[in-house]
Design a protein around this ligand. Structure first.
Ligand SMILES: O=C(CO)COP(=O)(O)O
Length: 252
């Protein structure tokens, strides 16, 4: 049985004043029935780790360099994330792929670097609007899965987030059937490549305009094991109802 995961990606948002939101989340969910994770900007990782020291809330980086250290001004390595107390790192987010021209091959190298440091990876994939309109979604997903993932992964150390690029921050989401089709497809590709045991154990998150009002129906979709939430993860008022919806989804 895959444990559900509510993950928040703060992107380039948040200063130390916003750590108060994490206190509120911890207070609202003292003994969560699902995993909770927040990926704050790198400047807040160690503060958030200290804050969540006696709570299962996991803290993640938002990217990492492929190298362990070196002359890469402005970058952060998996070793540094680990040292700061992060347990996970998000890789291949479409904003990284666009803003920093990260390719599938880069994402795979980053994943190898992160896994080598004992970090767990959340690898993001997803089609653009043009690709969906051209009915190429599954082909794009297959290509990204094939090229972004290392050859050796487990359900313990890897999570996949399906984030249609056109659904990120737009208020638009695919239909529930469309989400289900892609998640079922990802599951079948993973089983094919890694074998049924590993393939079935990898958690699949949906991301893109998830909010309190649509979370429950999305969490009902087959092979959706949680969400990667952007804007609605920034405050406890918005994120807590999503966490609760995920907790409720395992009771129904
Ligand atoms: O990109 C996302 C999470 O990584 C989704 O962002 P929004 O929830 O703001 O659409």
């Amino acid at each position: 049985m895959r444990r559900k995961l509510a993950a928040g990606n703060w992107k380039m948002n948040g200063t130390s004043a916003d750590l108060d939101q994490v206190d509120q989340i911890i207070e609202a969910h003292p003994d969560p029935a699902v995993d909770i994770l927040i990926a704050p900007p790198a400047t807040l990782i160690s503060g958030m780790v200290v804050q969540a020291a006696s709570h299962p809330l996991a803290v993640a980086g938002q990217t990492c360099h492929v190298a362990e250290n070196g002359a890469h001004t402005g970058d952060i390595s998996a070793t540094m994330l680990k040292d700061a107390g992060a347990s996970h790192v998000i890789l291949g987010h479409s904003e990284r792929r666009t803003d920093h021209e990260e390719s599938d091959e880069t994402v795979r190298a980053q994943a190898r670097a992160a896994l080598a440091q004992g970090l767990k990876v959340i690898v993001c994939i997803g089609e653009t609007l043009e690709e969906r309109e051209a009915a190429n979604t599954l082909e794009i997903i297959a290509g990204q899965l094939a090229s972004s993932l290392p050859d050796v992964i487990t359900g313990e150390n890897t999570v996949i987030a399906y984030e249609p690029v056109w659904a990120i921050g737009t208020g638009k989401t695919p239909t529930l059937d469309e989400i289900g089709d892609v998640h079922d497809y990802i599951r079948s590709r993973l089983e094919q490549r890694y074998g049924s045991g590993v393939g079935k154990s990898i958690r699949l998150l949906y991301g893109g305009s998830v909010k309190g009002s649509n979370a429950a129906e999305i969490f009902d979709v087959s092979n959706v094991d949680g969400a990667l939430v952007g804007g609605a993860s920034l405050t406890c008022a918005d994120f807590s109802p999503i966490i609760s919806a995920l907790e409720n989804s395992i009771q129904t």
